[in-house]
Design a binder for this molecule. Sequence first.
Ligand SMILES: *Cc1c(COP(=O)(O)O)cnc(C)c1O
Ligand code: SF4
Length: 344
Amino acid sequence: MENWEKSLADSVTSPDQLSGLFRLPEGPLSAVTGRYPMRITPYYLGLIGAPGDAIWRQCVPDQAELEDRRQSPDPLDEERLSPVPGLIHRYPDRVVWIVSSACAVYCRFCMRKRGVGCSDMAPAPRQEALDYIASRPQIRDVILSGGDPLLLADDALDGILAALRKIPHVEIVRIGSRVPVTLPERITVKLARMLKRHHPLYINTHFNHPREITEQSARACARLADAGIVLGNQSVLLKGVNDDPLVMRNLMQRLLAIRVRPYYIHQMDLVQGTAHFRTKVAHGIAVMEGLRGHTSGLATPHYMIDLPGGKGKVEIPPGRVLREGSRLLLTNYLGEEIEYADPP
Ligand SMILES: *Cc1c(COP(=O)(O)O)cnc(C)c1O
Ligand code: SF4
């Protein structure tokens, strides 16, 4: 058993185990974990400072998850857009391939909480997924997702990457993984060496709070970056976690310092069981205004809404543009309206 597998085995998976460590709020949390599984790795548990803090909110089950029934479990219509179960083909040139249904930590705000960690979200059957991709020359970008692809054994992931690399029209492969944040010991020298054989490879990780940037997570990211992997970050805007312009700015700047480029900040999807995390879009815009122009452009990701019904991601446009003939009125980071003459 590798070290990281031992960490997974030692993780907290029931509210009872947690109540030995913290005073838990009243209420039968086991009803919540009966519907939405729980797992907190020893490392991530160690990041909790106090009940209710930004780390706690992300990983400890909450009664509110069962109270939110208005929203759909699958608002993005991922299941309808899956020609092969577990292979989501929404945009012409790229697909999301669910290769694992397990995660190191089950995030309470997960957009795939309908099935992540449960048997009803099985990974796509490998040969069918490969055949689908191989027979469609327009697919040039394959995004391995889940669940967490880096919870697969090295050999299994190596096999998938090697098979994808044999398809000439697949130009890039991306991996979405929260393991650098929740189980940094998974990023072993052996894993990095294996990944390095499958370039061009991109990894988008998922830091949501500056306190998740530690010596261990920084080392995990450095190991991946040293293997030549381009690292991006996708955060989710979460009430009570990072819905504060200063917290977000701090997070983005510290990500750059560990060689991770902020890519997206996602508006919380309208997923059943996550209402207690949702912020208003106007608030998200305010958080973005705290970044844009006030810090490096590199520290400024795109603020995205993934439209319900599988209509795709759209960026909430930065700033305001007023057009008067060939004159543009642009609002800068200080809120000043500046006239700009667009060349005729
Ligand atoms: C988010 C997503 C992608 C990737 O979108 P990018 O904007 O290219 O990062 C691809 N397919 C699906 C189904 C997605 O949800
Ligand atoms: S790591 Fe990603 S897929 Fe897994 S529970 Fe968290 S948000 Fe969901």
